[in-house]
Design a protein around this ligand. Structure first.
Ligand SMILES: Cc1ncc(COP(=O)(O)O)c(C=O)c1O
Length: 477
């Protein structure tokens, strides 16, 4: 039996004590952009904290919520990677706008479920409006539609399933072929395997010197597969590849998909936000030819996790694949506005769209565009700083706020470069100064800096390059 009195006492305690506590954390957060600057970016004593956390029991009576909150911050969050840190250059991470945080809090407070339109008609309109606006930036018209998902992986998978089910009959699934490039994100191959494609149904096409899809090789492969009686159905292009930020030749990919009656899905999980920029959006020309795209605003548009979008040029092509209308939903199916559950995989969904809505409405689109443009500027500053130093080689040109490079001094056997760069990465992380890891491109281990974090200044970038140089000289003379 639920002890009502005890339950109500708990609620009272939250009201009287916890709200104030939470307000303290909120205030801290809005100052976090500044606060984290003085904190180490990494190099914490994580082992010790993990040990302490492992020892915390689950007690039947519960305990002081203030203690729980402080413990979470002290042992948990403060020891996690500081993704907001202005010198965090790895992965593909945003600094979260305080507006996005405000939106997230509101969404959690009201706990709206945007599964179907009837459950949340007003927030549903907000989601629909954002998706249409973003689809419009991609050059799509009134027919476009989609939904917010948990992340790029789910958005990609949703687009792939739509491609398969629109173009193949179930008996053709075993002969369907999908084409990705050697720079497609791992969620591409993973999503395709999860759909049941065998490895031989996933063709990995090489990229050129700028890490872009080789469309000549793609077409050759498609022709070969057609001659073998297979059914090429999907091309996965990318705006903003994870390694180098490269953008595939979308116009050419679009022409090929038209010619062979295929589906073009563009993974814009990272780079989709380039469409917010008034200066750089032209780099994504050809996106209008795609059938679907994923677009993570938790990557380059200052949103917290999770905030991804899957948008299709023609939302009917999502509905025809994902709609299921069981008897218990018959009273709540909306005829005028498409229910989220009819356009994707999830049923219950939090109101992820509220974060972006709050940000765009409060911050305005100009500042959002500036954040994108500033990332380009920062990556060019990184290039300039590297060029002024001896012994550094740029391994991919700045693109989408990303650059790769390596320490490659003359007089050293190039076979040693991989090890040297791995060591430089480890040293800078250990020092807590900046977070930079390596990746491998064209067979070489290189350092990668991703500069899409709005908290980052060009000084952060240049100082970090100089610190890398200092570390390299300290170790290797
Ligand atoms: C190009 C690209 N696509 C997809 C993903 C996967 O996105 P998520 O981690 O949100 O699932 C990433 C992640 O970094 C990415 O860079």
């Amino acid at each position: 039996m639920l002890d009502r009195k005890k339950y109500e006492e708990q609620l009272k305690r939250v009201k009287e004590e916890q709200i104030e506590e939470l307000a303290k954390y909120l205030q801290q957060y809005t100052a976090l952009g500044e606060m984290v600057r003085d904190m180490p970016v990494a190099g914490f004593d994580v082992e010790k904290k993990i040990e302490e956390l492992e020892k915390i029991p689950f007690s039947p009576e519960g305990r002081d919520p203030k203690e729980v909150a402080e413990e979470l911050v002290e042992k948990g969050f403060n020891e996690s990677m500081m993704l907001q840190h202005p010198k965090f250059f790895s992965f593909v991470t945003s600094a979260v706008s305080p507006y996005a945080l405000a939106g997230a809090i509101l969404a959690d407070i009201y706990n709206v479920n945007v599964c179907g339109f009837e459950e949340a008609p007003t927030i549903g309109i907000i989601e629909e409006k954002l998706i249409k606006w973003m689809g419009g930036l991609a050059g799509w018209g009134e027919d476009c539609g989609g939904l917010f998902t948990s992340g790029g992986s789910l958005s990609n998978l949703t687009g792939f399933i739509a491609a398969r089910d629109n173009l193949l009959k179930p008996e053709e699934y075993p002969i369907g072929v999908a084409y990705v490039s050697d720079q497609t994100h791992s969620s591409g191959k993973k999503g395709l395997r999860m759909m049941g494609l065998r490895y031989d149904q996933i063709k990995i096409i090489p990229t050129d010197d700028e890490f872009k899809f080789r469309t000549d090789l793609l077409e050759e492969e498609i022709k070969k597969d057609l001659a073998d009686g297979k059914k090429p159905f999907l091309i996965v292009g990318t705006i903003g590849t994870t390694n180098t930020g490269s953008i595939d030749p979308l116009k050419e990919l679009g022409a090929i998909k038209e010619k062979y009656n295929m589906w073009l899905h563009v993974d814009g999980a990272f780079g989709g936000s380039i469409l917010f920029s008034g200066i750089y959006n032209h780099l994504a020309a050809g996106i209008e030819l795609a059938d679907s795209m994923s677009w993570d605003t938790h990557k380059w548009a200052m949103q917290g996790y999770s905030s991804s979008c899957l948008i299709a040029k023609d939302k009917k092509k999502l509905i025809s694949v994902f709609a299921e209308h069981p008897e218990y939903l018959q009273d709540v199916i909306n005829e005028e506005h498409t229910d989220g559950w009819d356009m994707g995989i999830e049923m219950s969904r939090p109101a992820r769209c509220v974060k972006l809505w709050f940000t765009v409405q409060a911050m305005g689109t100009d500042l959002l565009s500036d954040v994108i443009d500033y990332s380009f500027f920062n990556s060019h500053q990184a290039k300039r700083a590297l060029e002024e130093l001896e012994g550094w080689e740029i391994t991919s040109e700045p693109m989408c706020g990303t650059i790769t490079f390596r320490y490659a001094p003359t007089g050293v056997d190039p076979a040693e470069y991989d090890e040297m760069n791995a060591r430089i990465s480890k040293e800078i992380i250990k020092s807590g100064y900046a977070y930079i890891v390596t990746t491998v491109i064209k067979g070489n281990r290189v350092l990668r800096m991703n500069m899409i974090n709005g908290n980052m200044t060009d000084k952060d970038v240049i100082d970090t390059i100089h610190r890398l140089d200092k570390i390299a000289h300290e170790i290797y003379g």
